[in-house]
Every structure is written in structure tokens, then in C-alpha cells.
Design a protein around this ligand. Structure first.
Ligand SMILES: C[S@@+](CC[C@H](N)C(=O)[O-])C[C@H]1O[C@@H](n2cnc3c(N)ncnc32)[C@H](O)[C@@H]1O
Length: 238
């Protein structure tokens, strides 16, 4: 990873904002990811994120924290927060912005336990592909304190395969429709291709069932997006 995402965040933080990140995927053309959006405050966040922050309680882990916008809000509300990201630049920015506990770390290497685990801005993206969902969910479940919860957002991107006549052109024999190759470039440099996963609610729900998590639909957004709350399924007392 060349950490172009982190470099872009650092540029914005240090007053060197001249251009946005350019993204594209295996099923869509170029799009801009405006850097100011990655520094959004509470009132500019989508309602799903606002709801997730309102539901956050106790010791919170912000997974893939980026510039730390969600962590900063929670910290200001008096929550104890730990922010992690695999991007060195992102963690540098989160620290500069005032996130007290920010660490370069892959979620799979996290070992502390938390009351709330937040994965926001298509939180399922971090799982990369459908075959890895159980591994990530099992690990996240192992990081929950008693009574803990995972708050995660994603979208059903089936609409991206819809043609002008309302038909769908996706190949039902190929992989799951939310598995994308994701390409990012910044200031003329190309990041190494990444895998990025969008999960529809039913598929997330099924994956949760297989590893003993209850999956509740908290809120639906305006465009096939949703916020889910995952909690350990009740242990049956025999
Ligand atoms: C779409 S960005 C979201 C950033 C931030 N949560 C926000 O809403 O602005 C996803 C973030 O997840 C980080 N990330 C990807 N895989 C990760 C992993 N396995 N563990 C921790 N962070 C990861 C990326 O570096 C990136 O900063």
C-alpha cells in the first residue's frame, strides 16, 4: 500500500488541499471523493452515522477511523475512544486533530475489548470479500465486552447493475454482486488495487447467524444504505 489515502488526508490537514482523491471500481467509472467530506463534522454526517454515534456507549473502538471525525465527536461527548487504521497518514492526522488514543493497526491484530465497535462509511468494505466476512465478524465478536455491540453500515449496490430499461445485467454465475475491485488515485499517482465489499442487509444477517451474532436493522438510508447493530446471540441455558 502506498498510503495515498493517508497522504491526501495529511495534505488537507496541513493546508495543502489542491485536489480530491479520484476513485473508480470494477463496475463504475471515475468519481471524486472530496477531501473535506473525510473531515466532516456531526451535522454534515449522513443520518446513519449520526444514529451510530448516538447509540455508541462505553469504551468505543473506531475501526478504520480515517481522519478521526467520528472519534473526535465521541471524545468531545466524554466517551473513551480508541481509533485504529492501517493508514499511517490517517493516524497521523487523527492525532493532529486531537484523537487521544489513535494507533496504526489492522483490526485483525486488535486484542482489547470494547462496549461499542464502530465501522462506518461502508464498514463492510474492510472485510474485502464475501469469503472473509465470517473471519472478520468472529474476530469483532471476540472483541466485545459483555453487553457490547457492533455498529456497521453498508449498502445493497444491486442498483449499480440496473440498465435503462430497469433490467439487471449482473452475471448471476459470477461472484457476489457487492464484491468490487476498488481503484484510487491522488495527484496523478495510482494506489495498488484494493478489494472492497458492499453487503446487503440479508447477506450480512445470514453471515451473522452462522457465527452467533444477532443482526438488527437500525435504520435505512436514502439510497439502499443501512445501519446494522450486531450483538452476540443469547446463550441458551440448558
Ligand atoms: C472509507 S474509509 C472510512 C474512514 C472513516 N471511517 C470515515 O468515515 O471518514 C475506510 C478506512 O478503513 C481503513 N482500513 C481498511 N482496512 C482496514 C483494516 N483491516 N483495519 C483497520 N483499518 C482499515 C482505511 O485505511 C480507511 O482509512
Amino acid at each position: 500500500m502506498k498510503d495515498l489515502f493517508g497522504k491526501a488526508l495529511l495534505d488537507y490537514q496541513n493546508g495543502n488541499y489542491t485536489e480530491d482523491i479520484v476513485t473508480s471500481t470494477s463496475i463504475s467509472g471515475e468519481d471524486k471523493l472530496p477531501l473535506p467530506y473525510l473531515f466532516r463534522n456531526f451535522k454534515d454526517m449522513p443520518s446513519l452515522e449520526q444514529r451510530a454515534l448516538k447509540l455508541s456507549k462505553g469504551f468505543v473502538l473506531d475501526v478504520g477511523c480515517g481522519s478521526g471525525s467520528h472519534s473526535l465527536y465521541l471524545q468531545k461527548k466524554g466517551r473513551k475512544v480508541k481509533a485504529i487504521d492501517i493508514s499511517i497518514g490517517a493516524i497521523e492526522v487523527a492525532k493532529q486533530r486531537g484523537v487521544l488514543d489513535a494507533e496504526v493497526k489492522n483490526i485483525l491484530d486488535e486484542t482489547e475489548t470494547f462496549d461499542t465497535i464502530l465501522l462506518l462509511m461502508n464498514g463492510t468494505g474492510i472485510f474485502q470479500e464475501l469469503s472473509q466476512v465470517s473471519k472478520y465478524l468472529s474476530h469483532l465478536k471476540s472483541l466485545l465486552k459483555t453487553g457490547g455491540q457492533i455498529l456497521i453500515d453498508s449498502s445493497d449496490i444491486k442498483y449499480m447493475y440496473e440498465d435503462e430499461d430497469g433490467g439487471f445485467w449482473m452475471d448471476t454465475n459470477s461472484s457476489y454482486h457487492g464484491e468490487l475491485d476498488y481503484f484510487l488515485s491522488y495527484k496523478g499517482k495510482k494506489e495498488l488495487p484494493m478489494k472492497w465489499l458492499y453487503l446487503d442487509f440479508n447477506t450480512l444477517n445470514l453471515a451473522c447467524e452462522t457465527i452467533g451474532l444477532k443482526c438488527e436493522l437500525v435504520l435505512e438510508g436514502e439510497h439502499f444504505d443501512y445501519l446494522a447493530r450486531l450483538i452476540p446471540a443469547e446463550t441458551r441455558i440448558l
